[in-house]
Design a protein around this ligand. Structure first.
Ligand SMILES: NC(=O)c1ccc[n+]([C@@H]2O[C@H](COP(=O)([O-])OP(=O)(O)OC[C@H]3O[C@@H](n4cnc5c(N)ncnc54)[C@H](OP(=O)(O)O)[C@@H]3O)[C@@H](O)[C@H]2O)c1
Length: 305
């Protein structure tokens, strides 16, 4: 199949391209970061008028996945107009254009649409209550996509992995600080369900193959605090877990408000896929193997001629 990925230089985009190219012909939309990737690159600024049609006309894909977003929470608070343009208007245009061409479309949303006030285990039936500009625009983006294109797949995700710049994911944050013997803190009162981004990518491809549609939670099946996540990374890489100190988010100086409990149920997805989602320990083992096999350097090399 021919897959078009918007936001291919991002953490999800680059790993999705990596997984998809094993079986499919991949074209990624990039603004100029990628120089020598092993898939087709379309150099485009997606907010320019006509960019979505132009990408679809030149790639002529069988499937499209939108990984482009303004995904930095604090950047969204500081630039709500850009957040709206990238997280609401752009995916709505993509959803509409894909529908008009009969191309199955996947849009990526976030676990952070929930306020975390419930005692965890949010299902797709639970009412979201986004706390900041990022999550408000992501929720509005979900609605806009499904209203333009009810057949689209919308997934609420949370993932970690190796990124192009080496700094995008929480796992990389812990890994880099731990390897440089720098002390850091991890929030004990923020619970989430991390999934290795390569698992996220493989599941997205399975959902497309199965012609699924609608809203799904696509996160890891195990909930843990961000502090615990850091400790798991330290243990896997045999680094010093005592360099991570437990901290409450209440004492942090982050700009955007964050939910305390983003434990999401993946029951709907695992039932419709007919399989359970990969365990946290399996994903972490793969993250470590990728490191041993030079995967981070390989990905970073896509930025160089
Ligand atoms: N990371 C997580 O754990 C997490 C959690 C929940 C939800 N999500 C969602 O998952 C999706 C992917 O996230 P991510 O972490 O992979 O994001 P990311 O690393 O920040 O990547 C965003 C991508 O969008 C591209 N982009 C932004 N503005 C663009 C524009 N005007 N034209 C063309 N491309 C543009 C970026 O290109 P440049 O590289 O050129 O800027 C980049 O490729 C997003 O929808 C995000 O909300 C992520």
């Amino acid at each position: 199949m021919k897959l078009l990925i918007a936001g291919v230089s991002g953490l999800l985009g680059i790993n999705l391209a990596q997984e998809a190219q094993i079986e499919h012909k991949v074209t990624g939309v990039d603004r100029g970061k990628l120089k020598s990737a092993p898939f087709n690159i379309l150099k485009l600024e997606l907010l320019e008028s006509g960019a979505v049609d132009s990408a679809l006309d030149s790639a002529r894909p069988d499937w499209m996945v939108n990984c482009a977003a303004l995904a930095d929470l604090d950047a969204c608070e500081n630039n709500p107009e850009l957040a709206r343009a990238l997280n609401i208007d752009l995916p709505a245009r993509m959803a509409k254009a894909c529908k008009a061409r009969g191309i199955p479309f996947v849009h990526i949303s976030t676990d952070a649409v929930f306020d975390g006030e419930k005692d965890g285990f949010y299902t797709e039936e639970d009412t979201p209550n986004p706390l900041g500009v990022y999550s408000q625009t992501k929720l509005a983006g979900e609605c806009a996509v499904l209203s333009e294109n009810p057949e689209a797949i919308v997934t609420r995700v949370n993932f970690y992995g190796w990124s192009l710049g080496g700094r995008r994911s929480l796992a990389e944050f812990f890994f880099h600080n731990l390897t440089h013997n720098k002390s850091m803190s991890g929030f004990t009162d923020v619970v989430f369900c991390p999934m290795l981004v390569n698992d996220t990518a493989r599941i997205l491809l399975k959902m497309l193959k199965k012609n699924m549609s609608g809203l799904y939670h696509l996160v890891g099946p195990q909930a843990m605090s961000k502090f615990q996540f850091g400790v798991e990374i330290a243990r896997k890489f045999s680094l010093k877990e005592s360099d991570i100190s437990p901290k409450s988010i209440l004492s942090s100086t982050l700009t955007a408000p964050r939910s305390h409990n983003l434990w999401l149920s993946v029951h709907k997805l695992s039932t419709d896929l007919g399989e359970s989602l990969p365990e946290f320990s399996t994903g972490l083992a793969e993250f470590y193997t990728q490191y041993q096999q030079g995967y981070p350097q390989k990905i970073r090399g896509y930025q160089q001629f």
